[in-house]
Design a protein around this ligand. Sequence first.
Ligand SMILES: [Zn+2]
Length: 318
Amino acid sequence: MKKILTGLLLITLIFSQTSCSEDEFTDSIFVEKSVDKTAFDKWLDANYLEPYNLDFRYRMQDAGSNTSYNLVPTKLEKSEEMAILAKYLWFDVYGEVVNEDFLKYYGPRMIHLIGSAAYNPNQRTRILGTAEGGIKVTLYDCNQLQADNIAFNNEYYFHTMHHEFMHILHQQKAYPKEFETLSAGYYDPMYWQERDDDSTPQEAVIRDHSQYAPLGFVSAYASSQPREDFVETISLYITKSDDWWNELLRQAALPGPNGETMPGTGAGIIEEKINICKKWLLERWDINLDSLRQNVRERQLHVNEAVEKGKAEIDSYK
Ligand SMILES: [Zn+2]
C-alpha cells in the first residue's frame, strides 16, 4: 500500500566547522538594537539575554532563515508563548536538575522562531527544528503552537527542543560507539519516512510503531541514522507519556515488518539504548536522565499556569 506521508517530522542537524566548546560565557556578543524595545523584548532580555547570553529571535530574519523554503514569521502571541514555554520546559529544567550555570555554558546562543513549516515535498517530510554548530537552534511551524495541548506541543516543539539540545551535547562529547551497533544494518537514511504511520496523528498515544519499534527504534526518524537515533531516544524518553512509551515497548516486542526477530527483541534493544544514554549523560555530563524526565513531566502538568505567569511578567514591563 502506498503511504501518504505529509505529516512526518524531520529534525535535522547541520554540522558546522565552528567549535562551541571554546565558547565562553562572557558579556553579550549581541549589539544593542536601536529600535524601541517592546515589553516582550525587555522580558526576553531579562530571561534569555542576561542570564544565558542568548539572542531569542522571534522577528524572522532573511539572513538567518533558510531561503530554500517558503517561510512566514511567527505571530507575536505564539512567539511569547513559545519563549515562555521554552524557558519553562527546557532552560528552567536544566537549572533545577543539573545546575543554574549548565545552559549558560552549553546552551545555544540563539533561538530563531519560524512561523511556518519547512516542507520537503519530494521526501514528503518537513523540518521541525535545526541545530547549527552548537550555537543556533531554529524551531519551525511555531504558529501552530497550542498552549493547552501538551501532547501536540510535545510532539512538535518540546521534543524538538530536547532533540536539538542533545545534538549540541553529543557534538561536544561523543556518545559510545556501542549505541550504533544495536540496530546496525537497519538504519535507512533515504527511506526512513516509509516506516512512519500516517493513519493517526503523530502525537496520538496509540500509533502504529510496527515498522521501526521491533528493530529497536523509538521513531521512524530515529531509524534514519545513529545520531538521530541517539537524540530521538533521549528526547522521546523525556517528553512522551508513560502510556505512549508502554505502547511503543509492547509493539517493539513483536516481530519486525519483515518477520525480523532481533536479539532480545526490539523492546530489549530500546531499553539497552536508554541505558547507554543514561550512562553517557551521567558519566559525561553529570545529568540524571530520569530526574530530567520526572522534572519535565511534572512541569507538563502546569503548562497553562506557566503561560499565564509568563504573560503577566511580560505585561509588567509595559
Ligand atoms: Zn536531529
